[in-house]
Design a protein around this ligand. Structure first.
Ligand code: XMP
Length: 508
């Protein structure tokens, strides 16, 4: 088994970022909310996260620090540092000066392992309303900024550290170095968490759990379900039965090409052509939520029919990833952040199957690393997110096969152009939208009255917030020309320049 670190979450917006940095340094870690802690057994070290709370509040979140100190090295970040200082006899008060944004370490104890290789002047990111005012006798200050005297401290003769800045955020320029120093020099981690190691361990575990059982799984063409299925397939081969449904609302040519790739990976997959059923069920429906319900419901129906053909299936494979898992046991409670659009939600209960989720400990970027290490091509790994209901929520208003065909053609031109111009990877998600308006145009000598297509492209890290991509004008001009010239039924192309919030990425 590999080594592991525990991150105790006090609700900071940056907690997941700490975990990602730690994992990038090849150390396995788990995030647990302070009020749902697991046993410390097996965790070599602990990081205490930041928090929107203040240690000065009457019921401020806290943990049994003595037990945590006795377990191994500890690093407190921001609130975590303030909690350590306060509980050890120091004082924490409201900051008198601005302690938000960029600052520079103007005093650094280079002799300290935590700051090895970090120079005086290094930029750090501060974000706190409280500050450590006095430290206990057995503490020493090991870094300061102009404004913040106790930017970092160490408990003498113990491997307990606190930093009042956020090493995990990108603006802390030596943040990764500091975390690496903590993990390698102080905790003695060896960096044994690698994609290859993950594949090896997971496949062994899956073999052990699934034995000769049959697993069924729906594939979506996305990176998560593909990597999850590849792992299960590596463990149990043909006992994994995958189903890939064509709902007629995928991108142009996607069903055929993705099915082909799945077969190339050696997956036991069945393609189900259900285009006509989806079109029929969606006929005349223009309310977005109704569209989602119909598509979700029909998908479950088809999956149910197909899985009945597979005798004695015991398990349902799913591509759930770590952010979904953390969200359901977060400090804020299970209900706060659960996504309303979960593609195959409801399936396991209905089908009385046990669920197997080999990616439930991984972040998205780790899923990609694992996928690459298994030889899955960049066309899968780097693919933009695509919504479960597909083009149904990009055709505003009611859906017809003609509109779907027009949108597929326009989208195909747009996405291929992004790839050809090297812009695809700079954009987080892109797609064309079929607008429910017609407008006047001229083509040759004739007046036209035809459809408008909108192009959407956004940059984002997780889809929760997004900004519109500043695509070059010349590129947009070329794509617009090509769409209007080649796609019959379109005489106008517009570009969406709205960020999220207040707009959303999808139009419906
Ligand atoms: P919004 O439009 O909410 O989208 O800004 C955020 C991300 O979620 C995707 N999305 C969906 N995915 N089923 C899905 O599987 C849905 O009903 C759905 N609606 C939005 C969207 O494509 C973007 O990546």
């Amino acid at each position: 088994m590999h080594q592991k670190l525990l991150i105790i979450d006090f609700g900071s917006q940056y907690t997941q970022l700490i975990a990602r940095r730690v994992r990038e340094l090849n150390v396995y870690c788990e995030i647990w909310p302070y009020n749902h802690l697991p046993s410390l057994d097996g965790f070599q070290a602990v990081i205490l996260s930041g928090s929107p709370h203040s240690v000065r509040e009457r019921n401020a979140p806290t943990v049994d620090l003595q037990a945590i100190f006795a377990n191994g090295p500890v690093l407190g970040v921001c609130y975590g540092a303030q909690l350590i200082a306060q509980k050890s006899g120091g004082t924490v008060e409201k900051s008198a000066t601005r302690e938000y944004g960029r600052a520079n370490l103007n005093d650094v104890s280079k002799k300290e392992d935590l700051f090895k290789g970090i120079k005086k002047g290094s930029q750090v990111w501060m974000s706190h309303g409280d500050t450590i005012f006095e430290i206990p006798e057995n503490f020493k200050i090991i870094a300061s900024t102009h404004e913040v005297k106790v930017a970092a401290f160490k408990v003498k003769k113990q491997d307990v550290y606190g930093v009042q800045f956020h090493p995990e955020v990108y603006h802390s320029e030596d943040g990764t170095k500091l975390l690496g120093n903590f993990l390698y020099k102080i905790c003695g981690f060896t960096g044994d968490w690698t994609p290859g190691m993950f594949v090896e361990e997971t496949v062994a575990e899956l073999k052990n759990t699934l034995k000769k059982d049959k697993v069924i799984m729906a594939l979506s063409g996305g990176v998560d379900s593909t990597v999850a299925a590849s792992l299960i397939s590596k463990a149990i081969g043909k006992n994994l039965h995958c189903i890939f449904v064509d709902n007629g609302l995928l991108r142009k040519g996607e069903f055929e090409s993705v099915l082909h790739s799945y077969k190339d990976f050696g997956l036991n997959v069945k393609g189900v052509d259900a285009k006509a059923r989806f079109m029929k069920a969606l006929k005349g429906v223009s309310d977005p939520e109704k569209k989602r319900k119909i598509i979700g419901g029909l998908f479950i129906e088809i999956f149910d029919e197909e899985s009945k053909k597979i005798k004695d299936a015991k398990w349902l494979g799913q591509g759930t990833i770590y952010p979904d898992v953390i969200e359901s046991v977060s400090v804020k409670g299970p209900s706060a952040t659960i996504k309303s659009h979960h593609n195959v939600g409801g399936l396991p209960a209905k089908m009385k199957l046990k669920v197997v989720e080999p990616l439930r400990t991984l972040f998205k970027d780790e899923v990609r690393r694992v996928g690459r290490s298994m030889g899955i091509g960049e066309d899968f790994i780097g693919r933009h997110p695509f919504p479960g209901p597909g083009l149904a929520i990009r055709i505003l208003g009611d859906i017809t096969p003609e509109k779907a065909a027009i949108l597929q053609e326009a989208d195909f031109i747009y996405i291929n152009a992004l790839k050809k111009h090297g812009l695809y990877d700079e954009v987080w998600q892109a797609g064309a939208i079929f607008l429910p308006v017609q407008s006047v145009g001229v083509m040759g000598d004739e007046r036209t009255y035809e459809n408008a297509i909108c192009l959407r492209a956004v940059t984002s890290t997780d889809g929760m917030t997004a900004d519109w991509s500043r695509l070059p004008y010349d590129f947009l001009a070329q794509v617009s020309n090509e769409i209007i010239n080649k796609v019959k039924g379109v005489n106008r192309v517009v570009f969406d320049i709205s960020s999220k919030p207040p707009a959303t990425i999808e139009w419906e």
